[in-house]
Design a protein around this ligand. Structure first.
Ligand code: MSP
Length: 698
């Protein structure tokens, strides 16, 4: 990726996370990447501001709260508290955490809305069309369509709305992308966004009237502001936009525009089309870059609550430590692309690179300095070719690492850096200062030991300084062992800025060796798996305690159940770290009664006719036999099933769905299919045994 900034001030943001789901590794990934970049910038002496937070308004949150039997405000507080607690537990160095329910944000969003309206970019109209609640996205498609992004059914909304004149920005946006190729990264996202804009931009509805959980439109309070306008504005409201306080104004002036909005690739359109258009309309400068990370996959699908394949960051942190998680995510995943998370790969990397690699190197060298030199760093004395070579490697690695890290190619940067670990290991093994051949005098032996340990320590110092943004806790331990003092302070003071070879002072007292990365044994994976299972069970236990459990009833309950009680008592923002996952679990596990289920009439039907719907690449028209009647159903499976192959096949349908029209054709029911993989590919439900046509599923 292209270098993002070469200036003396740096502002980086994560997406703000929806509070309908408990935080998982996918969220931690984006936040950890930002943290590493922020630390690297601070270490270079650049004044840095790192923002994260939670996105708490909108229909999706309102519904999740209702399902959990909570008010949206209580519900949002509980889960926002979880995010904040997790970032603390992971030691992330955020400078601010914004909640979109905070008055400072509400004020700023209302100001932005007013400015856009006053400048003539917002007008009143009415919208009838499709809306995807899960993505909070307007979908330009006929009723009955599924969301093109997530594949879930869209809902028809018909409301009086305020519109933003997005269409007026089509040309300006395209020009901007052309003139600033670094604005959207990586290239694949840039191409996607440009193709989208070239396809034409329609005005965007920026208010809703059919629900209340949002920021009221100024002077017209029956509308709430569209949640994406609300959410995107966090990047400026958190700095102080909308405030009259001089300190806020100064912060805004100081840090806006952002250098990097780091986002997940699925929200590129909001950040690269809507957001710059809002800013252009408001007369504000645009962020320098929007950089999209790929998805963290688990079992080949995007890790997400709805797929149910999440792993929690706490689990990895507990078994292998926070740095192991950070190192793995940055080293293993090619930034910008999707990457698999597996416990096997994690443990392998941990043992290979951290325990046996860097950790082992450090402990050998520190132990030998203690053993041979009473813990004082010796003078190198006269050095030779091997030392010159190692120094050359260190200097090359320092240069290459810096460039690769700046370009956000973290995997390559770490690969480069670890080549210095390997080179130092090789140097140490070749010189073998622990061995004394009989022909070598005692004096020669001491000289060799002094030279080798001094030079190896120097190389370790270089590795450690560069690795700081990625493994801060462990790097700080090593720094202290090398007698270099408080690394956190050194980083904050910009003292890691230029790590020149030869920066160590002879005679420096090393601290006692302390374990860094104890080797992970076979049971590490099992322990992580067990922790995940236990967590899922305690979440279920909390659900059975019920969302209405009172604080008194839960006095002896599990930590998860206590969290529900805390949410009930409205104190959720203060719940202790690690103890508050249950509120989200309540949402995930919300149950329906057997009566609810009985309302859905699922029946076996046989396909009589199957053909493509003209001008639609998604829809098939099916005629199916239910035994007592025949009917027409439209199914969005054309990309996955050949119509000819469906004829005669028995499928499961929802028989009592209200009829709806698609492409001018009436659909009477819905075919049931599993939604598989990233794209939600449909796989039709069927039976191993023969079943009569018309049979009901109960
Ligand atoms: N609230 C919006 C963002 C508004 S920003 C103004 C939203 N929230 S989200 O919680 O659904 O996702 C936020 C981000 O979490 C994603 O963009 C991505 O950065 C991160 N991730 C969530 N799951 C992820 C993976 N499985 N893999 C990688 N990142 C993921 O969208």
């Amino acid at each position: 990726m292209t270098e993002v900034s070469a200036q003396q001030r740096f502002y980086i943001t994560t997406p703000i996370y929806y509070v309908n789901a408990r935080p998982h590794l996918g969220h931690a990934y984006s936040t950890i990447v930002c943290d590493a970049v922020a630390r690297a910038k601070r270490a270079q002496g650049i004044e840095t501001w790192f923002l994260t937070g939670t996105d708490e308004h909108g229909q999706k949150i309102e519904r999740s709260a209702a399902q959990a039997g909570r008010s949206p405000a209580e519900f949002a507080s509980a889960i926002s508290g979880e995010f904040r607690a997790l970032w603390q537990r992971l030691g992330l160095s955020c400078d601010d955490f914004i909640r979109t329910t905070e008055p400072r944000h509400v004020r700023g969003v209302q100001k932005l809305f007013r400015v856009l309206r006053d400048r003539g970019f917002i007008y009143k109209g009415s919208y009838t069309g499709q809306y995807c609640v899960s993505d909070e996205l307007y979908v330009d498609a006929p009723p009955g369509s599924v969301c093109p992004d997530c594949g879930r059914p869209t809902e028809t909304v018909s409301e009086e709305n305020y519109f933003f004149k997005l269409s007026a920005f089509e040309r300006r946006l395209l020009e901007y992308y052309e003139e600033h190729p670094e604005f959207i990264q990586p290239e694949a996202r840039r191409n996607e966004v440009m193709a989208f804009v070239r396809g034409g931009l329609k005005d965007l509805s920026v208010s809703r009237t059919s629900f209340r959980w949002g920021i009221p439109v100024p002077d017209d309070e029956k509308h709430v502001i569209y949640v994406w306008m609300d959410a995107l504005a966090n990047y400026i409201t958190a700095l102080g936009y909308g405030s009259e306080d001089p300190a806020d104004k100064a912060r805004f002036e100081r840090f806006w525009p952002a250098d990097v909005h780091l986002i997940g690739k699925e929200i590129s359109r909001f950040h690269c089309v809507y957001w710059p258009a809002f800013l252009m309309a408001a007369g504000l400068p645009l962020p320098r870059a929007v950089v999209a990370n790929g998805w963290l996959l688990f079992d080949k699908s995007k890790m997400s609550k709805s797929v149910g394949n999440i792993v929690r960051a706490e689990t990895v942190a507990e078994v292998l430590g926070v740095d192991a998680l950070r190192y793995f995510l940055l080293r293993e995943i090619s930034f910008g692309q999707d990457g698999n998370f597996t416990f096997e790969a994690l443990v392998q990397r941990y043992n290979g690179d951290l325990a046996n690699g860097y950790g082992n190197l450090v402990s050998r060298v520190v132990a030998m300095v203690h053993r041979y030199f009473g813990g004082r760093l010796p003078e190198a004395g006269e050095t030779g070719e091997a030392e010159a070579e190692l120094r050359g490697t260190a200097e090359r690695v320092t240069r290459e690492f810096a460039a690769q890290f700046e370009a956000m190619d973290f995997a390559r940067a770490l690969e480069t850096l670890w080549s210095l670990v390997a080179a130092t290991d090789g140097y140490l093994t070749a010189a073998a200062p622990w061995k004394k051949p009989t022909k070598r005098t005692d004096e020669e032996q001491v000289r060799l030991q002094a030279r080798v340990l001094r030079v190896a320590a120097e190389a370790i110092r270089v590795v450690t300084a560069l690795a700081w943004p990625v493994i801060p806790e462990s790097a700080a331990k090593v720094w202290a062992q090398l007698g270099l003092g408080d690394m956190k302070q050194a980083a904050q003071d910009g003292k890691l800025k230029s790590i020149a070879w030869g920066g160590m002072a002879s005679g420096t007292a090393f601290a006692e060796p302390a374990p860094l990365f104890p080797r992970a044994e076979k049971d590490a994976m099992e322990r992580m798996q067990n922790l995940e299972n236990e967590n899922n069970q305690s979440a279920v236990a909390a659900v059975s305690a019920g969302p209405t459990a009172s604080a008194g009833q839960t006095a002896q309950a599990t930590p998860a159940a206590e969290a529900v009680a805390a949410a009930t008592a409205g104190q959720a923002a203060e719940v202790a770290p690690g103890a508050e996952t249950a509120a989200a679990a309540v949402v995930e596990k919300a149950k329906i009664t057997i009566e609810d289920f009985a309302k859905v009439e699922l029946r076996v039907a046989q396909v009589l006719v199957a053909e493509r719907v003209p001008k639609s690449d998604k829809l098939l028209r099916l005629e199916v036999d239910l035994g007592d009647e025949k009917r027409q159903i439209l199914a969005g499976i054309a990309q996955y099933y050949e119509p000819e192959k469906l004829v005669g096949r028995k499928v499961v349908i929802v028989a009592n769905l209200a009829p709806r029209k698609m492409r001018g054709l009436e659909s009477n029911g819905m075919v049931v299919a599993a939604s598989v993989g990233d794209e939600g590919a449909p796989v039709l439900a069927g039976f191993l045994e023969d079943v009569p046509v018309g049979a009901r599923l109960k």
